[in-house]
Each structure stands twice: as structure tokens, then as C-alpha cells.
Write a protein that binds this ligand. Structure first.
Ligand SMILES: NC(=O)c1ccc[n+]([C@@H]2O[C@H](COP(=O)([O-])OP(=O)(O)OC[C@H]3O[C@@H](n4cnc5c(N)ncnc54)[C@H](OP(=O)(O)O)[C@@H]3O)[C@@H](O)[C@H]2O)c1
Length: 359
């Protein structure tokens, strides 16, 4: 099978390093370009990292000697030498928007981890098991950009990756009406470790900038409809959230309450979770978890430390489904924020785009 040549822009950062790790020995993708700011450009990748490598496994041998290119100055040569790029740069939002569009216009598809284009109406924001059909909006985007191959696709925010998939098989069947969600989010979501953020040891911070808006609004685009060359967001369910930073290294947990127009029985919910399969499972994509939604019967699960790496950090763990006095049900769920919630989710999206012929 043909291997796709892939670039990572922002390869020296925390999310970029995750991409570089996940691409090592990937069956379809061959990492051939790493790019970052002009501070790192021109150096071998291993030197540009200079003590900043934060992944549990060592820097992949194949990546060490790649010369870091300039993400901003080498667009034409990067676009000419890869089949697509993953974007994980940290710049101002309007700069990221312009940079990603420049790659797309240079006929290089972009699979982005950034939020900059999430609300561009013809840019699909995809959780591959939930809304793979949104890929079709790329046809309209290519028309707008005047490209044949180039386009931008994005993944959603890490905070919604545990509860939105749990809602998905129930939403239309039972009329999910409203939900209340409190998230307990790991420090890696801020690009930090306990070494770089010692204030988080034995501490909880009740604010994460912009996170509650994303957690309430992004599900509506994901459940939106493709109309007239744009994704028109859904108007319901109504979701209210509080997002809290907790002293966990990786893994975002959520405490969720949900109310339905036609409330199901608890065992119907659990069977729908256990039986749920999406397009990645049908296509047997390399990074797809065999079972996306795992329900635990034990009262004290899921736990961040025990369950975040389930199915290589790509599955969602759910537990403690029970009736509630104010809503119909409440439950707990968990997903790995830098795997399913960031680089892993983007790699799965790229696999889907390749399998569906968009890359
Ligand atoms: N951390 C997470 O879990 C997480 C989750 C979801 C989304 N995000 C988003 O993902 C993006 C990356 O986050 P991160 O935590 O990986 O950031 P980071 O560790 O600060 O890394 C930033 C990367 O961007 C590059 N960069 C900075 N300025 C640049 C410029 N002017 N031109 C080209 N490259 C430039 C850096 O290159 P140099 O090394 O050369 O400076 C580095 O490779 C951010 O937008 C963040 O909001 C992060």
C-alpha cells in the first residue's frame, strides 16, 4: 500500500511531539517534514528540542535527524514534498488562520489541532465516529479557496471528547433535551507538566479561559447539518458547563446530567453505548478503538489513572449511570485529552480523510 508523506507544523511543541510519537511506525503515514518557528528552523529535530521532549517514549530515531523547516517561510517547499500536514502551532488565532489557509491554497491538505478555523462554516470539525459525513463540506471549501487538493479540516476541543460521544447514540433516538456537564481537566491540556506548573500540585483552579464556551457550543456544530456549502449548527440540546483544572497529568473527566423528551431505560442506554460503532470501526482504521464507548459496572470507575489509556488512549470510558432527581440520568465519563482529545483524534481524522478519498 502507498504510504502518505506527512509533515507536522509546530513539531517541537507539546502537541507536535505527540504527533511525531504517534506517526512513528504508523502503517499508512511516513513523517517526512517537521516544521516550527524560525527559532528552531535549520536545526536537526533532536537539537531543536533541546531538553523540551515531554513524551513518555524517546524521540523516534527516524525523526531525530530531520532538519526543522520554517513553518512560515517554507510553505511552498513543504506543500510540494508532503501529501498533507498536521497543524499544532501556537501563534495568535488570526496568524494560525492565515497560515493554515496558506497551506491549503498551496494544495496541501491541513488536519488541524488548533481552534482557529473551528467556526469557519465550510471547515469540517470532525469526531470521526460522530459526524464523518461533514467531510463533504470540503467540496465547497475547495471551491472557495480555488484549490483541487488543498483544504482545512479540524478536530474539536478536548473537553467535549468524553461526553459528546456518550450523548451521540441517545440524542435523536430519545430526544436529548438538555445537559449539565462539569469537566475536571488535566494539566497537559494547558501544555503543562507538574515540573512546569508546580502551582497545580495539591491544587484545583476553577477557571480555564474560553473552555466553557467551547464545551457548550462546539457540540452544536458537530451535530449540525450540511446546507448550501456550509455546516449549519444544530440549535439543541441546550448544554451548560463548568470547566475546572485539576491536578491530573493527563485525562479529562466529566460529571454529566442529561434530560430527554422520551427518557429511555438505563439498560437501553448501556446497550446503545456498548453496541455503538462509527465509520472508523466500519473502515477498521489503524488508530480506531475496537470499542469506542466502554461502560464500567464498578462504582469507582472510570478512574483517570486506571482508564485513560484504554485502547491506546482512543476510547471513552463511562460509568456510574443512575437516575437523577433533577434530570433523568447522571453519569461519569473520561477521555485522554492529548490522545483522543488532541493528536490521536487528528491522526484518526487524517486516516478517515485518506480512506474516504479526500487526501
Ligand atoms: N497542549 C494541549 O493539550 C492542547 C490541546 C488542544 C489544543 N492545543 C492547541 O495546540 C496548539 C499547540 O499547543 P502546544 O501546547 O503544543 O504549544 P507549544 O508547546 O507552545 O508549541 C508551539 C509550537 O508552535 C511553534 N511556533 C510558535 N510560534 C511559531 C511561529 N511564529 N511560526 C511557526 N511555528 C511557531 C513552536 O515552535 P518553536 O519550538 O520553534 O518555538 C512549537 O513547535 C495551540 O494552539 C494550543 O492551543 C493544545
Amino acid at each position: 500500500m502507498k504510504k502518505y508523506n506527512v509533515g507536522v507544523i509546530g513539531a517541537t511543541g507539546m502537541v507536535g511531539q505527540r504527533f511525531v510519537s504517534l506517526l512513528d511506525k504508523h502503517p499508512w503515514f511516513n513523517l517526512s517534514v517537521v516544521a516550527a518557528s524560525n527559532r528552531s528552523a535549520g536545526k536537526p529535530y533532536a537539537d531543536a528540542l533541546s531538553g523540551r521532549w515531554m513524551m513518555p517514549s524517546p524521540v523516534p530515531e527516524a525523526a531525530k535527524s530531520l532538519t526543522v523547516m520554517s513553518a512560515e517561510d517554507d510553505i511552498a517547499s513543504i506543500a510540494a514534498s508532503v501529501d498533507f500536514v498536521f497543524s499544532a502551532v501556537d501563534m495568535k488565532k488570526d496568524e494560525i488562520k492565515a497560515l493554515e489557509e496558506a497551506y491549503a491554497r498551496a494544495e496541501c491538505p491541513v488536519v488541524s489541532n488548533n481552534s482557529a478555523h473551528r467556526w469557519t462554516p465550510d471547515v469540517p470539525m470532525i469526531i470521526p465516529e460522530v459526524n464523518p459525513e461533514h467531510i463533504k463540506v470540503v467540496d465547497a471549501q475547495r471551491k472557495r479557496l480555488g484549490t483541487k487538493r488543498g483544504f482545512i479540516s479540524v478536530k474539536s476541543n478536548c473537553s467535549i471528547q468524553s461526553y459528546l460521544p456518550a450523548f451521540h447514540p441517545l440524542k435523536d433516538k430519545f430526544g436529548l433535551d438538555r445537559a449539565l456537564v462539569c469537566t475536571y481537566q488535566a494539566i497537559s491540556g494547558a501544555g503543562k507538566t507538574f515540573e512546569t506548573w508546580p502551582e497545580m500540585v495539591d491544587n484545583v483552579i476553577p477557571f480555564i479561559g474560553g473552555e466553557e464556551e467551547k464545551s457548550e457550543q462546539e457540540p452544536l456544530k458537530i451535530w449540525g447539518k450540511l446546507e448550501g456549502g456550509a455546516i449549519v449548527p444544530a440549535v439543541s440540546p441546550a448544554i451548560t458547563t463548568q470547566c475546572i483544572r485539576v491536578p491530573a497529568s493527563d485525562g479529562h473527566m466529566a460529571a454529566v446530567f442529561m434530560a430527554f423528551k422520551n427518557p429511555p431505560k438505563a439498560d437501553e442506554i448501556i446497550s446503545l453505548w456498548r453496541d455503538f460503532k462509527g465509520r472508523p470501526q466500519e473502515l477498521d482504521l489503524p488508530s480506531a478503538p475496537k470499542q469506542f464507548l466502554h461502560y464500567f459496572e464498578e462504582e469507582n470507575r472510570p478512574q483517570t489513572g486506571l482508564d485513560r489509556m484504554l485502547e491506546n488512549g482512543m476510547a471513552v470510558s463511562i460509568g456510574r449511570l443512575r437516575p437523577d432527581t433533577q434530570y433523568d440520568y447522571k453519569f461519569i465519563c473520561l477521555s485522554h485529552n492529548t490522545l483522543r482529545g488532541a493528536a490521536g483524534g487528528a491522526v484518526l481524522l487524517a486516516e478517515l480523510l485518506c480512506a474516504e478519498g479526500y487526501i
